[in-house]
Design a protein around this ligand. Structure first.
Ligand code: GAR
Length: 191
C-alpha cells in the first residue's frame, strides 16, 4: 500500500475526495498519511482533521529546506505526492527525490494557461478573455518548473458563447472531481 501526501493550499475539495476515496474505504492501494499546506486558514485543514489525517502547515522557507522536507516525508514514509491546488513551486530536490512519484492537477489544457501566476480563477479568467472554445484539466508529473512535467491525462469541456469565468470554473471542477481520484488510483496500481 502506497503512503500518500497531499499538498494543498486552498479549499481542498480535491484533497477531500482523495482522502474519502482511499482512507474512507480502507483501500489496499493507498492511504493519505499527511496533508501539507502553506496557508493557516485553508479549508483543506478542516477536511484533513475531519478525516483524522495528520496535517502540517509549512512556510515557503520550510518547503525549500531540503533537510526539513525530506525528514517530514521520511517521518511519514511517503511514497507518492499529490499536488491538489498547491500554489508554491516544488523545489528541485523534492521533484527529483519523487521523480514520477509526484503529480499535479492543473485547471486548464496544458501547455496552454500554465506557469507562474496561472492558478485557480486566474486561469479561467484568461481562458474566458481569449474566447477559447474549450478548456479542461491536465494531470501531469511534477518537475522543478511550474506545469511543465510530462502529461498523464487530460479531459476537455466545451465553452459556450455565454459562459462566464464562474461557469468555466464549475465545468473544470466537475472534470477534476470526475477524474482525479481514478487517475491517481490507476497510477498507483501500476507501481
Ligand atoms: C483546482 O482547480 C486545481 O486544479 C487548481 O486549484 C484548485 C484547487 O481546488 N490548481 C492550480 O491552479 C495549480 N496551478 P480545491 O482546493 O477545491 O481542490
Amino acid at each position: 500500500m502506497k503512503k500518500v501526501a497531499v499538498f494543498a493550499s486552498g479549499t481542498g475539495s480535491n484533497a477531500k475526495n482523495i482522502i474519502e476515496h482511499f482512507n474512507g474505504r480502507n483501500s489496499s492501494i493507498a492511504k493519505v498519511e499527511l496533508v501539507v499546506c502553506n496557508k493557516e486558514n485553508a479549508g483543506v485543514l478542516q477536511h484533513a482533521a475531519n478525516a483524522g489525517v495528520e496535517s502540517v502547515v509549512i512556510t515557503k522557507q520550510q518547503l525549500n529546506d531540503e533537510l526539513f522536507m525530506l525528514e517530514l516525508m521520511q517521518k511519514h514514509q511517503i511514497d507518492f505526492i499529490v499536488l491538489a491546488g498547491f500554489l508554491l513551486l516544488i523545489p528541485k530536490f523534492l521533484a527529483e527525490k519523487y521523480h514520477r512519484n509526484i503529480i499535479n492537477i492543473h485547471p486548464a489544457l496544458l501547455p496552454k494557461y500554465g506557469g507562474k501566476g496561472m492558478y485557480g480563477s486566474f486561469v479561467h479568467q484568461a481562458v474566458w478573455e481569449n474566447r477559447e472554445k474549450e478548456t479542461g484539466i491536465t494531470i501531469h508529473f511534477v518537475n522543478e518548473k511550474y506545469d511543465e512535467g510530462d502529461i498523464i491525462f487530460q479531459a476537455k469541456a466545451a465553452i459556450e458563447n455565454n459562459d462566464t469565468p464562474t461557469i468555466i470554473a464549475k465545468k473544470v471542477q466537475q472534470l477534476e472531481h470526475q477524474y482525479f481520484v481514478s487517475e491517481i488510483e490507476k497510477l498507483l496500481i501500476k507501481k
